[in-house]
Design a protein around this ligand. Structure first.
Ligand code: BGP
Length: 464
């Protein structure tokens, strides 16, 4: 059967400012600049975000390569710590304005729709030190001011906006599992941060609606909807999966689409004295200002079982007390990244959105396969022969296509990522791009998967 995708389907890829640009404005540090300065040994090969894939200097040729790959869209982000000179007044850095203007204009000129995200884990570190970062509602206000500047400066040309990328990672990494700054384990703070991120998103949407008069601009949020599967059908395992789902997915999905937090989750947090501080006015804003569309990042499934230790045991309250991680015997793995490969989940996500959230439009905003030491797959001409990535995309797109045939309202597919880029503490260990990047010479070469993707995007169809 010919696997054709809907008309005007978005084909492209996703990156982010902090992972691609390189540190072009040193006035302010974002949390990752700062963390690297403090503890370079915590980053793979001690490589920090200073150069990344050099997008600041090479965006024109990078975008030409993406044009060559038939991209019709690209998602990146505007960095708060680069655009804004003074966080309190919102005064802007003129070089950053010039840079983002040139990037946006070049994309449009090349037929690549600019899709802009406002927050990709990259809060300015000063706002942590001064106010406690996302724990503080003052920071929510300052984020809205940053968003205002972005809409004023670029909203005439950028029609597709997103408030956050994977906000749950800020909560988990920073406040539960210690893999992002400030590396705490504090359930109460974690829940306040989750609430404040939701509030910040709703307030930015409110501002966007007030500022945007033309009907062709949209705003949404990007969530990593890692679906949760119970180890068995036992009531205990199913309950564990249900609670994991509440914390990892519905904590952001419900307010974003339905304008409210799941009641059951709120009750559970209350019982444990870890419910966030909220006001009636804030909850009314969250209720009213929901998203126009949704970005879904999907990499791997989440499998859980009932916890070995009773969830009511004493100790620091953290959501993980309600479930234990479960490794499916014989699971298929990407051993380099340590993630299970399970393409059918993309179909399950699609059907679950349809069943629980109606007809909300959404797209796959990230999906991809991180492989280390990809030089070993280079052929004699220097092209990385990444058959595994082509297989990975084929399998995921086949399930996505099936879901669309069954009525899923999905309008696009973005791979993580166009050009091998820097990644948080893993730096350049795992490569995800359709284009390889030699980090010593900054020479960029299209991989075999890039040529494959080009054809798929051109045909709007999977090869037969
Ligand atoms: C997502 C992030 C991306 C990217 C990707 C790959 O969660 O939105 O920024 O980094 O994961 O993950 P990693 O780089 O950790 O391998």
């Amino acid at each position: 059967m010919v696997k054709k995708f809907p008309e005007n389907f978005w084909w492209g890829a996703a990156t982010s400012g902090p992972q691609s640009e390189g540190r072009f404005n040193k006035q302010h540090a974002n949390v990752f600049d700062y963390w690297f300065e403090q503890s370079p040994e915590e980053f793979y090969d001690q490589i920090g975000p200073d150069v990344a894939s050099n997008f600041y200097n090479s965006f024109e040729s990078d975008l030409s390569m993406m044009e060559e790959l038939s991209f019709n869209s690209l998602r990146t982000s505007i960095q708060w710590s680069r655009l804004i000179d003074d966080f309190e007044t919102g005064s802007v850095n003129q070089d950053a304005v010039r840079f983002y203007n040139e990037v946006i204009d070049t994309m449009i000129q090349k037929g690549i729709r600019p899709v802009m995200n406002l927050h990709h884990f990259d809060i300015p570190v000063e706002l942590y030190h001064k106010y406690g970062g996302w724990e503080s509602k003052k920071v929510v206000e300052l984020f809205v001011l940053f968003a205002k500047r972005c809409f004023e400066l670029f909203g005439d040309r950028v029609k597709d906006w997103f408030t956050h990328n994977e906000p749950i990672v800020v909560v988990e990494g920073g406040y539960l599992h210690q893999f992002h700054y400030p590396k705490l384990v504090d359930g109460k703070k974690a829940m306040q941060v989750a609430y404040n991120l939701n509030l910040a998103s709703a307030k930015v949407i409110q501002l966007f609606k007030e500022m945007t008069t033309s009907g062709d601009s949209r705003i949404g949020i990007i969530l990593n909807l890692t679906p949760t599967y119970p180890a068995t059908n036992s009531a205990e395992d199913q309950q564990a999966a249900h609670i994991a789902e509440l914390f990892t997915n519905r904590l952001f999905l419900d307010p974003a689409i339905k304008g409210e937090f799941p009641e059951e989750l709120v009750e559970l947090l209350k019982e444990n004295q870890v419910l966030w501080e909220s006001t009636k006015e804030e909850l009314a804003i969250i209720k009213q200002y929901t998203i126009d569309y949704l970005g879904v990042n999907y990499y791997h499934p989440h499998r859980v079982k009932a916890p070995d230790i009773s969830p009511n045991s004493v100790g620091e309250w953290v959501p993980d007390r309600y479930y234990d991680e479960y490794e499916l015997p014989g699971r298929r793995m990407n051993l380099d990244r340590g993630w299970e490969i399970y393409p059918k989940a993309i179909y399950d996500i699609a059907l679950s959105i349809k069943e629980h959230y109606g007809n909300i439009a959404w797209f796959v905003s990230e999906n991809g396969m991180g492989i280390s030491n990809e030089e070993r797959y280079q052929d004699e001409t220097g092209v990385v022969n990444d058959r595994y990535r082509i297989d990975f995309m084929t399998e995921h797109l086949t399930y996505l296509h099936q879901a669309i045939e069954e009525g899923a309202n999905c309008f696009g597919y973005h791979l993580w990522t166009p050009i091998d880029c820097w990644s948080w503490s893993n730096a350049y260990k795992n490569r995800y791009g359709l284009i390889s990047n030699n980090i010593h010479t900054q020479i960029k070469t299209i991989k075999r998967s890039g040529y494959w993707f080009k054809q798929v995007a051109k045909d709007n169809c999977l090869p037969q």
